[in-house]
Design a protein around this ligand. Sequence first.
Ligand SMILES: [Zn+2]
Length: 457
Amino acid sequence: MQVALAFAAVLVVPLRASANGIVSHMHISDLALRRLPPGELRDLLSDPELVDIYRAGSVFPDSGYAASDAYGEICHWEPFTTAYIRWIRENHGDDLTTPEARFHIAFLMGQASHGLADQVFDSLFMARTTQLDGDSSNLDTAAEGWLVVEHDPRNEIEAVFDGEAMVDVFAGYPELLDDHDPDAATFETGRVQISRAIGAIYAFGWTWYDMYWIEMPWAATHYYEADNVPGSLPHVATFVAEYWQVLWERVHGRDTLGESFLGTWPEDGAVNFETARDRVESRAMIVFGHGLDRSTFGGNVRLLDPEGAVVPAEARFIYGSPFANAILVQANDDLAYDTEYVVEVGTGVRDIDARAIPEPVSFSFRTRCAPDRLGDCPPLPEEWVRPEDPMPPPRDAGRPRRPDGGTDAGIDAGSEATIDAGTPDVGGGGGCATSGASSGALLGLAVTWLARRRRTR
Ligand SMILES: [Zn+2]
């Protein structure tokens, strides 16, 4: 009965989740908070009154899909982040320490976390899943199940939005927001739907754990790997923590593009970079904390060989927004073996406000050695081999593990970020404790069907 009810609940949530699922988005923000240096921003986001507000912001963009409204897609991108920052400054700029201002800063951080996480995750992790598991179309839903079972994120919330403020943001900056004018009722619909979806994932994510584990064993075993897995949830969180610090400056009106650089993949000085263009690993990424103008990349985002010559390459965002944060750079042809390349973002690149980057930003990496010269390079990492018969790890009769001590796979540091929003009653009795039951598979399929992503821009 309980399963049937929840199944119905899932069916009425027209959720088109994005690259990361919604619980994953909240968790990425939780992880990012633990990475912030001590200071005002960390204090604000750690405020027990505001933890669930940044979490609500972290699911806000996808709530628009749940409400079947264009605000969902719009709120994924920097033009919205920029508009929201302007709105905060115009309405609360005199005193950013009021409860209202702090609410909106926390919500902004969540919204921006979501947007950046989708860019980084899709550019790095989802692309690898497609390559190594063959298909990533169910990845967002799948990872929600793996996450709630394996890492017990404890962030099940009833989302809180300030719909009137959102109406005001859209009304105030139509030039940034496609002249879209959603009303408060639409945001309320999104809020209700996304809250239901969070509950459904907590209640039933375990039911599709095995099915998707078998479908995507590489993704299942790597989505939470902190080291050397680009785009894993902890890796995404490192970019979000850097982004938040830039946003903190932006909301205070003291940001500079010179301090906008957040990080890269691979890291500066990396070795064994992939040479083959048809491999996703040959794609480099450089990330900024402002919305950069894609139309200014030509001739200004460059891949350089050891002589400083320009290597023909494309520079783009993962999706079609004209303003975003993560620039992907990939050579048009295979790279040379055992060669150092530089990615440079030059001073011709501008942000959404037409400000230019004051100094070029660059990083370098060295490509792997040729197969017959492997001894000249550091050892290559072991190649992933898909198991003949992928076998999920045994679990306790399909019930999520619920560690009592708040231990969270060793990632945790500082428990203020994990203030519990109430431990959900998962499983709900013997009938639900059969892993891989057909109802579970059906649920998974239903959610997958509902979770088709729409990227329109
Ligand atoms: Zn999304």
